[in-house]
Design a protein around this ligand. Sequence first.
Ligand SMILES: NC(=O)C1=CN([C@@H]2O[C@H](COP(=O)(O)OP(=O)(O)OC[C@H]3O[C@@H](n4cnc5c(N)ncnc54)[C@H](OP(=O)(O)O)[C@@H]3O)[C@@H](O)[C@H]2O)C=CC1
Ligand SMILES: O=C(O)C1=N[C@H](C(=O)O)C[C@H](O)C1
Length: 247
Amino acid sequence: MTKTKVAVIGAQGRMGTQAVGAVGSAGDLELAGALDKDDNLGDLGGAQVAVILSVPDAAPDNVAHCIERGVHCVVGTTGWTDERLAAVQAQLEQHPSVGVLIAPNFAIGALLALEFARKAAPYYESVEVIEQHHPDKVDAPSGTAVRTARVLAAARAEAGLGDVPDATTSDPLGARGARVDGIPVHAVRLRGRVAHEEILFGGPGEALTIRHDSFDRESFMPGILAGVRAVADHPGLTVGLEQYLDI
Ligand SMILES: NC(=O)C1=CN([C@@H]2O[C@H](COP(=O)(O)OP(=O)(O)OC[C@H]3O[C@@H](n4cnc5c(N)ncnc54)[C@H](OP(=O)(O)O)[C@@H]3O)[C@@H](O)[C@H]2O)C=CC1
Ligand SMILES: O=C(O)C1=N[C@H](C(=O)O)C[C@H](O)C1
């Protein structure tokens, strides 16, 4: 069997170290490179696929480097603004056979939570998102929460729902949190947490809460490997691992 050669970028980080182990342990994959901040990415050790788990400020350059060399990308790093995504899309037009997967969350439960939330969204007047992470995380709100809020907003718009009800007229300290496409999003940072998300729905006389917890980063590894195995069959830009899976 020919093994797919994989490089991990951000290989010394919390996620990167586990991803290096997961790739190295997979019988159908070969670890071609484990690269971090001070390394020259070069030809990525001859890799066909790069797993990008660097920091938000570095990932756009990492992705551009890979696309330029025809290397498919499985990107877990967060911080993807519309402008950054547009730049990836534009570069891919010059490299149409390259696949780039930007996956805000690789955990199967987080993908299911997103789909359950999409399904519930039309039925509830109120919805808010609370994410909780370890305090070493550099970005807020989390990429998962941003994607969840965007999916919720789109599902609400499609169902003809208006703004979430909120009579607040005075909030000088920002206690009502951020708004992502009109959806309130709250970020908690606590020592001991890994990655957690709650989607709170409210309607007359009832509530529905969808919650996902990653207690260990091992929860992300099967999704990374699934992305690595599928990315070459999905040229162009894909946002969300659920697009590759039958969820
Ligand atoms: N999609 C998903 O399921 C998940 C996504 N994430 C996301 O993955 C990203 C990484 O998270 P985490 O592992 O916790 O973060 P870490 O800070 O632990 O790891 C990031 C690593 O990238 C390195 N790095 C910095 N700049 C560069 C560069 N230019 N090129 C290559 N490597 C670089 C860092 O080095 P140094 O420390 O020296 O700066 C560090 O070793 C975050 O955006 C996080 O939100 C996290 C968990 C799951
Ligand atoms: O930084 C993290 O830890 C995580 N980052 C991703 C995000 O921002 O959504 C995925 C997961 O929540 C863990």
